[in-house]
Design a protein. Structure first.
Length: 141
């Protein structure tokens, strides 16, 4: 029997080029998850004022939105499946964004710290937040 030249054993016997097409999603969405640091980063490369995308990590997947209206950045991370932990979230903030911030997990308000460095704003939580299916983390800056 002759081996299929497009079969990639290293890629679970899938055609690697088709799988490579998925790399555009994290590249354009600017979504990163650092498991060891429990850190989420979101910096959309296209349409950052009104962006929504699928995200996936080793321990969960869902959708996120990044919307700027009236100088306020609204970020939401919803979980469809899995249970990723989160200790901090790094966002590219809108120019001249308000100094007020809020963080919610569903209807529950979350204590958080906020640091800024240029266009980056980092929400830090005093303890790990473990998301469950159906949860939505909402941050406003």
């Amino acid at each position: 029997e002759r081996r299929n030249p497009w079969d990639e054993a290293e890629c679970g016997h899938h055609y690697a080029r088709a799988m490579a097409a998925w790399s555009a999603i994290p590249a354009l969405s600017g979504f990163r998850y650092h498991g060891a640091e429990k850190r989420v980063e979101a910096a959309p490369r296209i349409h950052p004022a009104n962006f929504s995308s699928f995200w996936s990590t080793a321990n969960g997947w869902g959708n996120f939105t990044h919307v700027v209206r009236e100088g306020r950045l609204r970020f939401s991370l919803s979980l469809a499946e899995g249970s990723p932990a989160c200790r901090s979230v790094s966002l590219r903030r809108a120019a001249g964004a308000e100094s007020k911030s809020s963080a919610r997990l569903g209807s529950r308000s979350l204590d958080h710290g906020l640091s800024r460095d240029g266009v980056e704003a980092v929400f830090t939580f005093p303890e790990d937040i473990t998301l469950r299916p159906g949860d939505e983390l909402a941050l406003v800056l």
